[in-house]
Write a protein that binds this ligand. Sequence first.
Ligand SMILES: O=C(O)CCC(=O)C(=O)O
Length: 403
Amino acid sequence: MATRGVEVAAAKARRRLRHHATVLAGSVAAAAAEPPPPHSQIVAMRELFERQNGRPPPPPLAVADDGSLLDSTVAALRDGVADAVGREDFLEAERLHRALAVLGPQEQPLRFEDCASLSLDGKADFFAKNGFCVVPKCFEGAELERLQRSWRRAQQPAREQYEAWRDTGAEVDLPHGKLWFDIPVKTLLEESVADGGDPVLLQLLGPAPLLPVLDRIVGTPELCGVQPRTLAPDTPEVVSGYSGWHRDGEQGPTNDLLRSRGRVVKAFVYIFDVGPEQGATSVVPGSFRLATGPQWLTRQYGFGENEAEGGELPVTAMPNHFKFAAKAGDCIVFDIASWHSAMPNHTGLDREAVILGYKNGSHVGRATARTGDMPTPELLRELDERGLLSDEHKGLLREIYQP
Ligand SMILES: O=C(O)CCC(=O)C(=O)O
């Protein structure tokens, strides 16, 4: 009798896990007819789930303290694949299988070295499989030192404004959140031609070692966002990863459609070294292929607010994530459909990086492909007239500037 009770409980638990797994794998196609979601992806996804299911979304998949999926979760995903195949629902089987491949046990976690020394072909293959690759030494030696010096000069006024806002609540004209601020792109580029300024800052729009990689993974790349970002350390009131796990450009179910119209990537170039506890940006290898974002799984989309709107998993417990702790001048580039987040910053030091967006030149969803601020055509003309824009840079900027 007791055994039977255990079996029933076990079967129930398996059903529950299978259900969560299905939610993770997501029913994007079924939702395609829904109107575009409002301001917040999470709110929209929750509402969508409730509308479709008549109840609030379930808790996330079961994950152990070390961030690995519990064996029972893995078993539930495997059962889910088998069930779906039995029902001849091969699309569902494939979705669950992908979730298992990305979140389930891995032979070895990926490391920086696995990608850093690869040839261009190797990087392209690595990207095709994992949705990201690293490009070390985009800046080094004397050029890096010049970049760091001029970045600091350009950053100073923005830092003063951000600190005044933080200390007194004074108004600021900057992209910023509780834990971060961006140097306005105009300021950054004006600094490149100011008295005592340095044109090396212009190289940030398209670092030379990154360009061949972009040609391979994006096609003909166009710049679609520049975010010269300083991420402050966590405070007792605001603990980070300030962004939480998410994917970009996901307007709910339309994401697949957008992606089918051309790849959009983000590149992070670190201006100063970033240690493992210093807010390092992180991605889940292979997650760009999953049908949904990670919102069921983790606390996310806080961007400094830490609203626990999504799942319960803390930022650091994401299974199989790759943490990009790296040297100044190193770069990571990832498909914006990859699940990504900043990690908490416990070091007391800022994390300083430029975040660049690039899209394929034929991308149709232009408005949604914007990932940040952009230089104005007037400023670009001025830089061009001074002979400071290379042909490569003009190529990256052709959507907004034609000489
Ligand atoms: O700053 C980071 O590491 C993450 C930023 C981010 O999530 C984003 O650019 O979408």
